[in-house]
Design a protein around this ligand. Structure first.
Ligand SMILES: *[C@@H]1O[C@H](CO)[C@@H](O)[C@H](O)[C@H]1NC(C)=O
Ligand SMILES: *[C@@H]1O[C@H](CO)[C@@H](O)[C@H](O)[C@H]1NC(C)=O
Ligand SMILES: *[C@@H]1O[C@H](CO)[C@@H](O)[C@H](O)[C@H]1NC(C)=O
Length: 356
């Protein structure tokens, strides 16, 4: 008993010593200080500061197990980079990003011209997760010039409680502001996201074992697999417990007719709630092109083993139709408990699906 106070004092010293391992050089309070943090294992990026026009944050090649805390607002000045650039790239093994008090502002309204990635003003993409494993928690990302998150070549990555809000001034002119584009990745979980945008909330272009659970999507084009092009393989996606509001579609699988070598297999959408859907509640199409549907489906990329369970809610008053399926080569669709209230009879809108 008498030794107890000594042990307690020792423990307190050990706990207090821990934070001093953080070097001053591991805290970036301006854009110029970021490159100097790359050999740190605990990086702090502390806003507010502005990333100058045409500069990009490169957080690739980090040490295994690095933690990054992003705090305050980091604003990206409008520049002239095009969609082959990403304003932020993060990569590395077992990287843990804590963005609970951090915001990236992409200055989107200064670029938005209604043309998105299809033309007009050059627009950089926003955040690329490249060959990254680990997690990101709680980051807020606002006003992306065009696509918001690209998850590319990542294996074992969890994105939790991310907010994407692309509703800045001139919201209607924002275009192709996809929330999460996933390609060539496996074992990805996206959960607790709140998305306000005007394109896909999720677009899985290729990958396996992708989970999208408990997210909220408003204003966009819905939760999508595809668009599937030649060689794109999506196998094993679970989309569960999501809400889609005031969007063009809720549930969507889109493939090009000529997507040779592509396929979509083993996709489950369960417990999906929708409201205010202006296009389709559920749309599965093998006639997709970026310029709109052709009406001529092709089965180059077969769509197989699609399970929809408990998909419910309502269309907008003025909408196309609750369920639309146009396939050339699809098999083993299992739909149960689908209940979508139709809008007032199509209102003369063409049922032909739109492009992006
Ligand atoms: C995500 O948000 C939910 C709801 O606020 C909270 O319960 C959960 O702990 C958060 N997750 C993380 C990893 O911070
Ligand atoms: C289907 O995909 C899920 C992941 O979404 C996976 O857990 C399951 O094992 C896959 N089923 C088959 C038969 O491969
Ligand atoms: C596939 O179809 C699309 C849309 O019609 C077209 O733009 C593209 O060039 C075609 N690709 C190939 C490989 O034929």
């Amino acid at each position: 008993m008498k030794f107890l106070p000594i042990i307690t004092a020792f423990a307190a010293t050990a706990i207090m010593a821990a934070p001093t391992k953080e070097r001053a050089g591991c805290v970036a309070r301006s854009y110029d200080q970021i490159s100097g943090t790359k050999d740190c294992t605990a990086i702090i990026i502390q806003g507010p500061f502005t990333v100058p026009a045409n500069k990009k944050i490169d957080l690739t090649g980090l040490k295994t197990g690095t933690t990054i805390k992003i705090a305050g607002t980091i604003t990206f000045a409008k520049g002239t980079l095009d969609k082959n650039n990403d304003l932020v790239t993060i990569g590395g093994t077992n990287i843990k990003v804590d963005g609970t008090s951090g915001t990236f502002d992409g200055s989107g309204p200064l670029y938005w011209d209604g043309k998105g990635g299809n033309g007009g003003v050059d627009k950089p993409k926003f955040v690329r997760l490249s060959k990254m494993s680990g997690s990101i928690t709680g980051l807020t990302v606002i006003d992306s010039p065009v696509h918001t998150f690209a998850v590319n070549g990542c294996h074992g990555l969890t994105l939790t409680n991310i907010t994407i809000d692309n509703r800045g001034p001139k919201y209607a002119l924002g275009h192709n502001t996809d929330a999460f584009d996933v390609g060539s990745s496996s074992d990805i979980t996206i959960t607790g996201a709140k998305v306000y945008n005007n394109d896909d909330c999720l677009a899985v272009n290729s990958g396996t074992n992708i989970a999208f659970n408990g997210n909220y999507c408003e204003g966009g084009h819905g939760i999508s697999i595809g668009s599937i092009k030649a060689g794109s393989v999506v196998d094993g996606v679970s989309i569960k417990g999501n809400t889609v509001v005031n969007s063009a579609n809720a549930v969507r699988i889109k493939a090009y007719a000529n997507a040779t070598g592509g396929k979509v297999n083993n996709v489950t959408y369960s417990d999906i709630t929708m409201s205010g859907i202006t296009g389709y509640g559920i749309i599965i199409q093998q006639d997709y092109t970026n310029d709109g549907a052709t009406g001529k489906p092709g089965g180059a990329a077969p769509i197989t083993n699609v399970n929809l369970y408990n998909v419910h809610g309502s269309m907008a008053k003025k909408s196309r139709q609750s369920v639309y399926i146009l396939c050339a080569k699809c098999s083993n669709f299992n739909f149960q408990k689908i209940a979508i209230t139709e809008g007032a009879a199509a209102n003369g809108i063409s049922p032909k699906p739109m492009g992006c």
